[in-house]
Design a protein around this ligand. Structure first.
Ligand SMILES: *Cc1c(COP(=O)(O)O)cnc(C)c1O
Length: 381
């Protein structure tokens, strides 16, 4: 072919400057700032995704994830993609067309579970609660008795509302009704007490960029024995090739066969993030999140601001603050960003315009960040 016949179009050949980003403090619903050690790990040279060194790194990630989740599940892996990818994998692999899936909807992410489960052919049933409230064991029992689902899905840490769904006793209830318990732990893993095996959670997923303080791009997923059994009993194929655990687990299991190229450097980052969790220890990490949240709540009260969620169900990793009458929520968030380099977020859905959302996740859960935000908020208001 004679290339002289064609002329290169330079229309899109833009001269963009070298990348420079402002030093934002990310105190919204995610992402949170990555720990410096995680950023350093991300920049390390690559090795191949089937290199023996990478395979031992994969084993380390799986072990450290089991620690963070307090589970012995062999099938515990990071899915390639953000939290929604593991959310999708959890449903694609556990739901067969026609399965009744009962979903607790008390926020934005419950709605997303409804949407996704429907796309995989589930017969979706929902129980609803106002945003900011949680489900009682009795309410769950009544709903299980009414719907007899194959899967009950709950959001442990509702990032849209700041409420923490109590999970003790729910696993036993699910066994009584012979259904799987699926839990969204995106904003709880590494920040909020979570005992996967003790609580009888069969399926859980999370994300790298909330309390684990790694950039977005990987999403932990775990399937317990009862969930694996349902996966093996499936009549048809998992209707999503990329997220099919029967294929992905051959790469993360003993066979190590190629499925898709693992995001090498993201796995370096996640390994470091999980190493930080193990180094600090879960008890200390959970206590730190709780203490800094308390500092924030006390400070907000001092400014005359009110939290949306009752103290006993309040998440330490995400706080919803009511916007006082006459205050423009968006303008306040904009001023915090432009004048102080602090990112917080507004409300979604039922809480749009009514709350701000403040995240204190992982590396960002530190007293100096709380005091800086409180001072900036006071100036802005
Ligand atoms: C952030 C979040 C997700 C989705 O994760 P992405 O990384 O945005 O895809 C799911 N559930 C909850 C509770 C979240 O906070």
């Amino acid at each position: 072919m004679n290339s002289a016949t064609y002329t290169i179009n330079d229309k899109h050949r833009q001269q963009v400057p070298q990348l420079d980003v402002p030093p934002r403090l990310l105190l919204g619903p995610g992402p949170s700032n990555a720990h410096p050690r995680v950023l350093q790990a991300l920049g390390m040279r690559q090795i191949g995704h089937l290199d023996p060194q990478f395979i031992s790194l994969m084993n380390e990630i799986q072990e450290l994830l089991r620690y963070a989740w307090q589970t012995d599940n062999p099938l515990t892996i990071p899915v390639s993609g953000t939290g929604s990818a593991a959310m999708e994998a959890s449903l694609a692999n556990s739901v067969e067309p026609g399965d009744v899936v009962l979903i607790g909807v008390n926020g934005y992410f419950g709605e997303r579970l409804v949407d996704m489960a429907g796309r995989y052919g589930a017969d979706v049933r929902r129980i609803d609660k106002p945003w900011g409230e949680v489900f009682s064991l009795q309410e769950l029992r009544t709903a299980l008795a009414q719907h007899h689902p194959a899967v009950l899905a709950l959001v442990h840490a509702e990032t849209s509302t700041g409420a923490c769904q109590p999970l003790t006793g729910v696993g036993d209830l699910c066994r009584e009704f012979n259904c799987l318990l699926l839990v969204d732990s995106v904003t709880s893993l590494g920040g909020v007490p979570l005992f996967l095996d003790d609580w009888g959670i069969d399926i859980a997923y999370s994300g790298s960029q909330k309390c684990l303080s790694c950039p977005p791009g990987l999403s932990p997923l775990t399937f317990g024995p009862r969930a694996v059994e349902k996966l093996h009993r499936r009549q048809g194929q998992v209707p999503n090739w990329y997220l099919d655990l029967s294929l992905v687990s051959k790469y993360w299991g003993n066979e190590r066969t190629y499925h898709h190229t693992a995001p090498i450097n993201m796995n370096y980052g996640l390994r470091e993030a999980l190493r930080l969790v193990a180094e600090e220890g879960l008890a200390a990490r959970w206590a730190r999140h709780q203490a800094n949240a308390q500092l924030l709540w006390d400070g907000l009260a001092g400014l005359g601001l009110e939290c949306h969620v009752a103290p006993e169900y309040r998440l330490p990793s995400l706080t919803t603050v009511r916007v006082p009458a006459g205050v423009d929520a968006k303008a306040v968030a904009r001023t915090l960003l432009t004048n102080y380099n602090i990112e917080i977020a507004g409300g979604l859905g039922q809480l749009a315009g009514r709350v701000w959302r403040i995240g204190l996740m992982g590396f960002n859960s530190r007293p100096e960040n709380v005091l800086l935000l409180l001072a900036a908020l006071q100036q802005t208001l």
